[in-house]
Design a protein around this ligand. Structure first.
Ligand SMILES: Cc1cc2nc3c(=O)[nH]c(=O)nc-3n(C[C@H](O)[C@H](O)[C@H](O)COP(=O)(O)OP(=O)(O)OC[C@H]3O[C@@H](n4cnc5c(N)ncnc54)[C@H](O)[C@@H]3O)c2cc1C
Length: 461
């Protein structure tokens, strides 16, 4: 016996779920969405948006310092963490209200409850016990921080979730992880004045990014005073009278105010009842889906981080939209996951799209590399020794640009536009036909003349 019937039940009001719910409703479907925490999901509440606000805050430190070289005298600036967090929280609450209003305007019913699957067509709302019968179910439950092995003192360790709500700016923080979240928070706390140690078990930070980018970013982070410790893990965390003592695998100890782990994220599927509905998982631990985001059960779909494909907000939104077009709009739409541009809001910023140099050499018989590293103009009067970096990876046979990697101010903004050219299959010659915008950093993209490297694979005998 069920209390309600809907065409679509969406579990999770994050990036993917909200878009899917609104588009499905616009096609006339009766839609209900359940959210156990806050409408907007990870990106809006404790991901991209609050993170970027903290990144902006942290960058003022350089601006104040650099101003002197341009003739300004600035009183020694002071910083108020409490004010920043309160202002950030106000903005997040505004966005949450806007997301809620948009759903309501679209006639989507919102239930503030955890939802679980009872059987392939029935969803149970834990807040009330009510059962809802759904013709289609969309699982868009996202992912949550994965804290790794159960080391001694793990209960003293925070994740990015808590980092957004610390009562005080830590004087000293140790962050474990080498992915973009670890690197970004290291930059945030460093910029705001904390003493930061970054511990990563691998050889170098930002695995999966181009090796030149990884090296340059690490060097820049170290130059800014971040202590980067690689090939080590945090093995224990002990609470002392005044602080935390983190012990690494090499027995080195660090006395800090906070230990944060950014050691990966895991799809939110625990206790959700996937087994009761017969939904299966893929090799990477996410829900297995086809190119239309359909699971092993034909009327159940999954989008976003819970599928562990490419865990980024715009991807989740695209997948949610494509699902609604496919199922309710009579427009079968598969999302193209190739050449997704991405940014790391580290200091300095990284923008990347397509193949790294190593990947291109593995995949293509002929590869040409164009790259340059220089001191951006603003840094000259600022007296800052930081460098920017541009690299184009080109298919040596077709001349197509198959990868672009940028480190420096506004790299995220630039890579978005390079993405358009790459999706249009632009060649290096196409890039070269474009007149430079001078003086900018981005002009390097159209003025890279000299090949830095040219690889040709020997033909098999
Ligand atoms: C610190 C951080 C920074 C990030 N920065 C960026 C960035 O700069 N750019 C970028 O593109 N991406 C970024 N991301 C990733 C981005 O936030 C995610 O890829 C995106 O939010 C995924 O959307 P989603 O719809 O899959 O899930 P989510 O947005 O996570 O939404 C899932 C929702 O489901 C709810 N939920 C889970 N289980 C249930 C249940 N059983 N019942 C009811 N509700 C449930 C959750 O509470 C959550 O609100 C960042 C993530 C983090 C953690």
């Amino acid at each position: 016996m069920t209390d309600t019937e809907v065409d679509l039940f969406v579990v999770g009001a994050g990036s993917g779920g909200v878009r899917a719910a609104r588009i499905a409703a616009s096609y006339g479907a009766k839609v209900m969405v359940a959210e156990e925490y806050r409408v907007g999901g990870t990106c809006v509440i404790r991901g991209c948006v609050p993170k970027k606000l903290l990144v902006y805050a942290s960058r003022y430190a350089d601006d104040f310092e650099d101003a002197a070289g341009f003739g300004w005298s600035v009183e020694p600036p002071t910083f108020d963490w409490g004010k920043l967090i309160a202002n950030k929280d106000r903005e997040i609450a505004r966005l949450e209200a806007a997301y809620t209003a948009n759903l309501e305007r679209s006639k989507v019913a919102i239930v503030k409850s955890r939802a679980v699957l009872e059987d392939p067509h029935t969803v149970r709302l834990l807040a009330t016990g009510a059962k809802v019968r759904a013709k289609h179910v969309l699982i868009s439950t996202g992912a949550a921080p994965h804290m790794g092995a159960d080391i001694a003192g793990l209960d003293h360790v925070i994740s990015s979730n808590e980092a957004f709500h610390l009562e005080e700016l830590p004087k000293r923080i140790l962050i474990q992880g080498g992915g973009y979240i670890a690197v970004e928070f290291a930059g945030i706390f460093n910029g705001l004045g904390s003493e930061v140690t970054l511990v990563y078990r691998g050889d170098n930070i930002l695995r999966g990014f181009d090796d030149d980018v990884r090296e340059l970013l690490r060097a820049e982070m170290e130059r800014r005073g971040i202590k980067v410790v690689t090939r080590q893990t945090v093995d224990a965390v002990e609470k002392t009278e005044h602080c935390l003592c983190a012990t690494l695998s090499n027995r080195e100890t660090f006395m800090v105010d906070h230990v944060m782990f950014a050691t990966g994220r895991k799809p939110n599927i625990a206790g959700f009842g996937l087994d009761k509905a017969g939904v299966t998982l893929g090799k990477t631990g996410g829900i297995a889906v086809d190119r239309f985001s359909r699971t092993s059960v034909p009327h159940i779909y999954a989008v976003g981080d819970v599928t562990n494909r490419i865990n980024l907000t715009p991807v989740a939104i695209r997948e949610g939209h494509a699902f609604a077009d496919t199922v309710f709009g009579n427009k079968p739409t598969a999302v193209d996951h190739a050449d997704v541009p991405t940014a790391v809001f580290s200091e300095p910023e990284v923008g990347a799209i397509g193949l790294t140099e190593a990947q291109a050499r593995e995949l293509l018989p002929a590869v040409d590399i164009y790259k340059t590293s220089f001191r951006p103009m603003k840094m000259t009067l600022a007296g800052r020794d930081t460098r920017a970096f541009f690299k184009l990876v080109v298919d040596g046979d077709s001349d197509r640009v198959v990868g672009c990697h940028i480190v420096g101010p506004d790299a995220g903004e630039m890579i978005q536009l390079v993405g358009i050219a790459m999706k249009m299959k632009a060649t290096k010659a196409d890039f070269d036909t474009v007149m430079a915008v001078h003086p900018t950093a981005a002009e390097e993209l159209v003025t890279l003349r000299e090949k830095a490297m040219s690889y040709r694979r020997e033909a098999a005998e």
